[in-house]
Design a protein around this ligand. Structure first.
Ligand code: ADP
Ligand code: MG
Ligand code: MG
Ligand code: MG
Ligand code: MG
Length: 638
């Protein structure tokens, strides 16, 4: 999220009462914005990453590692430079859901030159150092998708107690103090999502059935203060979680791209969609939840369920009475429709939207694909409204539109230009799990950016039916999906030859085949990146940096290297204290996090995870001469 709007949150009752008001004005605001900006042309390909971090507090005497609830204190220090001189900072810092989380982005977006790939990792290193410098002894900043004992007994520093009877979450496990309180947004969202749903959120992840897990695996929840509702919601043989914090308290790696105009943004949105599950499987990094080893490798379904505000009617459990629609997905999930003309025929999932809003958009000159996209986003109610923002000037303001847009947390986000800014049409790529080291995160970021350029300059067509993307999303999260699953993918991505039948266009490939190619059958994403690079003039350092990054991706995809999730599993399962009971004790957690910290500070090497070479030619700045050149060349013509 960008700068958070300030103000006082309305009660849930008032927010609910104003749901139609927000929707009505939000749609009008989008229409006005669209008509103002639809013809905007000539923006450069710009992009930037977002990395989320957790703060961990080690106690070396007691051999414990806990999340440190100090984010607010550090955030305000980290934002000082921005407050003084917003245009000349190397990093920007934002609050995140957890009181133990912060998000960092580069101070400015990167541009279209290959040489920018050299600064990405250095900037990530800078961010890590900048924040780490502020920390108390024992505290460490980590880019870890999930804290393994999040929600397990005694997981915070200072200690905090869950309050099942009251508060925002009413969780048996996750205390409200672990929510970032420096801005009311997070608590308000938590309370309102729970209130709208009519019950606590429920997350059930299959437990990893190791030898000594007693089956059926079932926990005593009454003992924790359950009033019976959790008992009902918890499934046997699953790790049960009951709060928004379990999902929104995870960290991820996101990327935003600016396109040269709205058409290119729609193309990128669509073409990157089939890559979401592939990149999710490649970046899988979160096998542990609430102190247990689970049978999944990714956070996606957890975060999706963690903000699932749908009522029982909307979930199809009761006939529709109060609500308008049955809705198949949470507001946090994979996208439901493509936006470009080419994508139209692959929109095979029935899209739910309000006919009146759809018609209103069409009547105002918006085409069907974009109209149904927006109308679909607007099936959701606002779940956070601030008193200062209720009444707006729809010709200028876009807060009501942003309110709904920014709480549709999907794999891809189509971002219109903010009013009164120099920023163009953008798309955001949101599936990736964050990795332990800056080297890995830089590699992923650069790889995805390269893919966007390959897509645009080779006019690739990666489209497959949306239903198949959904199927891939669920496959991507399974334990060891990278090695064991196949994924739907388009057979011919380069020639655009017309097939009459969607089914004939696609087949199932392994991640290795998709990324590295399959002889005579499929070219592979990396070989395509290489042929793109061959046509570009990269300086020696940049070339070397890109090589190292691509090598990492290549080896991860082939299974030669472990995914972060597989490595984490291996570490726990081979720990001398591990009792084959799928439990992560304080000591196991402590040792694991210490090792992770050693890894990210280069104290130890880890060839099975990172390969032989983790040094890139990253630098803090790109040469001035190249920066100048940037003004005349953009790597992709449009
Ligand atoms: P959100 O949380 O809404 O996704 P952030 O502001 O946290 O947004 O992150 C946006 C990302 O987009 C940052 O990496 C930033 O560098 C990048 N960015 C900023 N301006 C542009 C632009 N004009 N084009 C592309 N990316 C941009
Ligand atoms: Mg983002
Ligand atoms: Mg952000
Ligand atoms: Mg974030
Ligand atoms: Mg987040």
């Amino acid at each position: 999220m960008g700068l958070l709007s300030e103000g006082s949150p309305l009660s849930w009752e008032d927010t609910k009462r104003l749901a139609d008001h927000v929707r009505k004005h939000g749609v009008v605001q989008f229409i006005n914005l669209y008509n103002r900006l639809r013809d905007r042309q000539g923006d450069m390909l710009k992009w930037g990453d977002e990395v989320e971090y957790i703060l961990v507090k080690f106690n070396d005497e007691e051999k414990t590692a806990k999340v440190s609830l100090n984010a607010e204190k550090y955030l305000s220090l980290l934002q000082e430079k921005e407050r003084e001189d917003p245009n000349n900072v190397k990093s920007l810092w934002r609050p995140e859901y957890g009181a133990y989380m912060i998000e960092g982005t580069p101070g400015k977006p990167y541009g279209g030159l290959l040489a920018h790939f050299n600064v990405v990792e250095a900037n990530m290193q800078y961010r890590r150092q900048e924040a780490s410098k502020l920390l108390e002894p024992g505290e460490v900043l980590m880019s870890l998708t999930n804290f393994p004992r999040l929600g397990a007994p005694d997981f915070t520093d200072p200690p905090a107690v869950p309050t099942p009877q009251d508060g925002a979450s009413k969780s048996l496990f996750f205390p409200d103090q672990a929510i970032f309180l420096g801005h009311p947004r997070f608590q308000t969202l938590t309370r309102n999502i729970r209130s709208r749903r009519g019950e606590k959120v429920a997350i059930n992840l299959p437990i990893f059935k190791d030898e000594n897990v007693k089956l059926p695996f079932r926990e005593n929840l009454i003992e924790l203060g359950d009033d019976g509702s959790s008992e009902k919601a918890a499934k046997d043989d699953h790790v049960y979680m009951d709060a928004m914090g379990f999902g929104m308290g995870c960290c991820c790696l996101q990327l935003t791209f600016q396109a040269c105009n709205i058409e290119e943004a729609r193309t990128l949105y669509d073409q990157l969609t089939p890559l979401c599950p592939i990149m999710l499987a490649l970046t899988a990094a979160s096998p542990f939840y609430r102190g247990y080893v689970t049978d999944v490798d990714c956070r996606w379904n957890v975060i999706s369920s963690s903000v699932d505000c749908r009522t029982r009617e909307e979930r199809g459990l009761e006939p529709l009475k109060e609500n308008k629609f049955q809705i198949s997905k949470s507001r946090y999930d994979s996208i439901d429709s493509y936006l470009s003309e080419e994508g139209a025929k692959y929109n095979d999932v029935k899209l739910i939207y309000d006919e009146d809003i759809y018609k209103q958009l069409l009547d105002n000159g918006i085409d069907k694909l974009l109209a149904q996209h927006i109308a679909h986003l607007f099936i959701r109610d606002t779940v956070s409204l601030f008193s200062e923002k209720v009444n707006q000037n729809d010709l200028e303001d876009t807060d009501h539109f942003e309110n709904i847009q920014s709480t549709n947390w999907q794999t891809m986000r189509f971002k219109p230009p903010p009013s009164n800014s120099s920023i163009g049409w953008r798309v955001e790529f949101r599936p990736c799990e964050v990795q332990i080291t800056d080297f890995e995160n830089a590699a992923i970021v650069c790889f995805v950016v390269l893919l966007t350029r390959v897509i645009l300059s080779f006019k690739l067509n990666l489209l497959i039916p949306i239903s198949k993307v959904d199927e891939n999303m669920s496959r991507a999260q399974k334990r060891d999906a990278l090695r064991t699953e196949k994924f739907w993918f388009r057979k011919d991505i380069t020639s655009n030859a017309k097939q009459t039948n969607n089914e004939d266009e696609i087949t199932e490939f392994t991640i290795d085949e998709i990324v590295n190619g399959k002889e005579d059958i499929f070219p592979g994403l990396i070989p395509l990146v290489y042929s793109y690079l061959a046509s570009m003039d990269a300086d020696a350092d940049t070339h070397c940096t890109i090589q190292r990054y691509i090598k990492l991706i290549e080896r991860r995809a082939s299974g030669e290297l472990l995914t972060t999730a597989s490595w984490l599993r291996k570490e726990v399962l081979s720990h001398p204290d591990y009792k084959k009971d799928s439990k992560i004790s304080q000591k196991i957690n402590y040792d694991l996090l210490k090792k992770i910290h050693d890894l990210e500070t280069n104290k130890i090497s880890c060839p099975e995870l990172l390969g032989p070479c983790t040094v890139s030619k990253t630098t803090e700045t790109i040469p001035v001469a190249m920066k100048k050149a940037e003004n005349c060349v953009s790597s992709v013509d449009c």
